[in-house]
Design a protein around this ligand. Structure first.
Ligand code: URA
Length: 211
């Protein structure tokens, strides 16, 4: 597994405002979108492209365009939905699949309640978006669904990650699949309730309110 931890003052600044408990849901959603767009810049560095012939007003030239098939973006509901607009600003032609996964707050195990993925994902570049990489259980379940559909490499974009979750993904997919994680921060640890410390609390609740 490849881990990329963003090292940019603008990302650090925006993430600090996001973490602050006084930041309201509207601002939280706006910052999430901005952070995803910044992380997507690096996370798409290896996106597949082909040459494209065009004419500028001055002369013909060979430019670049994203290759077919289109990349796929998969937000993990509910909180991953808050990252979708930022991602689609960077990749407006991407196809979008949805995975609804919820974590049992007692056992911290992930359960799937929705799965709307294209059935054949062979040769597709897939970007999973989920703000919090905590135990890694949810991301692992998402990656397993994708591998079942023929995906061979997955890029996950997370805002905040815990060392426990990173280790889980690293160990589980070693020698099995190419997994790359881009995160704005690698925090200290998980607490006894499975929250990332210092983290930012429950990302879904902070975006959309407590359910
Ligand atoms: N999910 C969240 O929303 N926050 C955490 O800290 C861990 C998992």
């Amino acid at each position: 597994m490849e881990l990329h931890i963003a090292d940019h003052p603008l990302i650090a600044h925006k993430l600090t405002v996001l973490r602050d408990e006084r930041t309201d849901p509207g601002r939280f959603r706006g910052l999430t979108e901005e952070l995803v767009a910044l992380l997507a810049y690096e996370a798409t560095r290896n996106i597949r492209v082909v040459d494209k012939e065009i004419n500028t007003p001055v002369c013909p030239m060979t430019g670049t365009k994203l290759s077919s098939p289109r990349p796929v973006v998969v937000p993990i509901l509910r909180a991953g939905l808050g990252m979708l607009d930022g991602m689609l600003k960077m990749l407006p032609t991407a196809e979008v699949g949805f995975l609804g996964l919820v974590r049992d707050e007692e056992t911290l195990e992930a359960h799937a309640y929705a799965n709307r993925l294209p059935s054949d994902l062979r040769d597709r570049q897939v970007f999973v978006i989920d703000p919090m990489l905590a135990t890694g259980g949810t991301l692992a379940m998402a990656i397993d669904f994708l591998l079942e559909r023929g995906v061979s490499d997955v890029t996950a974009i997370c805002l905040v990650s815990a060392p426990e979750g990173v280790r889980h993904i690293e160990e589980r997919y070693e020698g099995i699949a190419n997994v790359t994680v881009h995160t704005a921060a690698l925090d200290e640890k998980l607490n006894e309730k499975g929250y990332i410390v210092p983290g930012l609390g429950d990302a879904g609740d902070r975006m959309y309110g407590v359910v």
